[in-house]
Design a protein around this ligand. Structure first.
Ligand code: HEC
Length: 156
């Protein structure tokens, strides 16, 4: 298991409950989506390391990571409520100005991650790598349009 969804959900609830007391909502949801993106980054790293041959290929593990990306992709829109930009968030105003395109990107991610998990399921060959590249491209393309590039954003 890459992420235990229940445990993550519990932790997120606790974290946002605590933050909500101090800051009211917005900080909580920004933190929640950052945590979600971090789990996606970890899943991508797990598969990427296998793609590069840094770790032994394990189709079942990789497919599970891909499924995790698909599941979390579904949650992206609800974690970007109107007015939750600014402050610590790197989300650009374009998220809400071009909401349809933003959510289409989240759908693309879900689709690409599903395609990757299907490609991985039971495959011991190399055919899944283009599908992995596609997922990575969707991450990048959404960040390009909707995430600010902060130079001081070193450790995320
Ligand atoms: C639908 C658009 C979209 C897609 C698709 C997307 N992201 Fe993001 N991502 C964002 C936005 C917007 C932010 C900035 C969120 C904020 O700071 O409020 C972000 C932030 C991040 C961060 C920084 C989190 C932090 O702790 O500050 C990471 C890491 C990340 N994304 C990884 C990924 C990976 C890996 C993928 C693909 C598997 C992905 N993202 C797909 C929009 C997207």
């Amino acid at each position: 298991m890459i992420v235990t969804p229940l445990r993550v959900a519990l932790l997120l609830c606790l974290a946002s409950a605590t933050l909500a007391l101090a800051h009211e909502g917005a900080t909580g949801v920004v933190k929640e989506r950052m945590d979600l993106m971090e789990t996606q980054k970890d899943a991508m790293k797990l598969i990427g390391d296998m793609a590069k041959g840094n770790t032994p290929f394990d189709a079942a593990k990789a497919a599970e990571a891909a499924r995790d990306i698909s599941l979390t992709a579904k949650k992206i829109p609800e974690l970007f409520p109107e007015g939750s930009g600014g402050d610590k968030s790197e989300a650009l105003p374009a998220v809400w100005e071009k909401w349809d395109r933003f959510t289409a990107n989240a759908d693309d991610l879900e689709g690409a991650a599903d395609a990757l998990s299907s490609a991985l399921d039971g495959s011991a060959n190399q055919d899944w790598k283009p599908a992995f590249q596609k997922v990575s491209d969707v991450c990048k393309s959404c960040h390009q349009d909707f995430r600010a590039k902060k130079k001081d954003h070193a450790k995320h």
